[in-house]
Design a protein around this ligand. Structure first.
Ligand code: M1P
Length: 248
């Protein structure tokens, strides 16, 4: 691979970019990327964990790209080998984490909502997921909570309290689903992975993603100053079409 284009890398989102959403990569796309990597460096950045990315891109995917960034780069691989690991727990430290969790659990205990179930906090590697009703509610209970929350702003009020109380912790909050919100450090979106691509070695970075609109999970990286050009794609076929124009 000595004759590859210098200082240049193509970075790909997974869902909707290299694969159809929640699908497995096609044999054709795999073959195309295997050819392309002889000409230019390739990397993947996905929000999912490594297991999920391997389900979509194949068990051998870590060795098929120059860089593979699972969980936006919290779990990073270079040339098939582990490069760096980071976690929410390491970021906050045990003391701050305990204070935060204690406050969250007290707040939920004091919340007067129609029903509560179990698993009020799900501890993930890169974030906490907080649910006032509890994650193991049934589907119908989930839908009821969502309606109740729209009327009573349970989650947004909770988030505002946390923002004030823990303003010094550098956290951001996202109310994306029906029954919970996510808590994670500011900047732990897809731009997180760029720290693993040294600026003097990578002067040209092409990014390909389908959710590049404001609020989409590719937005921050697609507008980052280190991205030379961002391609908004509608499918894996669209990604391949752009690549063939870029690297005829
Ligand atoms: O993808 C949006 C959200 O989906 C789930 O939220 P909920 O269970 O509240 O519907 C969670 O996986 C959450 O982390 C995620 O942001």
């Amino acid at each position: 691979m000595t004759s590859r284009i210098p200082n240049t890398i193509c970075l790909f989102d997974v869902d909707g970019t290299l694969t159809k959403p929640r699908n497995v990569v096609t044999a054709e796309m795999k073959q195309y990327l295997a050819t392309l990597i002889t000409r230019v460096q390739l990397g993947v950045v996905g929000g999912s964990d490594l297991v999920k990315i391997q389900e979509q891109l194949g068990n051998d995917c870590v060795s098929k790209f120059d860089y593979l960034f699972a969980e936006n780069g919290l779990n990073a691989f270079k040339a098939g080998a582990p490069l760096a690991q980071q976690s929410f727990k390491n970021f906050l430290g045990e003391e701050n984490l305990k204070k935060f969790l204690n406050f969250v659990l007290h707040y939920i205990a004091d919340l007067d909502i129609p029903i509560k179930r179990g698993t009020f906090v799900e501890f993930r590697n890169g974030m906490l997921n907080v649910s006032p009703i509890g994650r193991n509610c049934s589907q119908s209970e989930r839908e009821e909570f969502e309606k109740y929350d729209k009327q009573h702003n349970i989650r947004s009020t909770f988030v505002n309290v946390l923002k004030q109380k823990f303003a010094d912790l550098g956290l951001q909050y996202s109310i994306g689903g029906q029954i919970s919100f996510d808590v994670f450090p500011i900047g732990w979106d897809k731009t997180y992975c760029l720290q693993h691509l040294p600026a003097d070695q990578y002067t040209t970075i092409y990014f390909f993603g389908d959710k590049t609109m404001v609020g989409g999970n590719d937005y921050e990286i697609s507008t980052h100053p280190r991205i030379t050009k961002s391609f908004t794609v509608t499918s894996p076929e669209d990604t391949e079409r752009f690549l063939k124009e870029l690297f005829p």
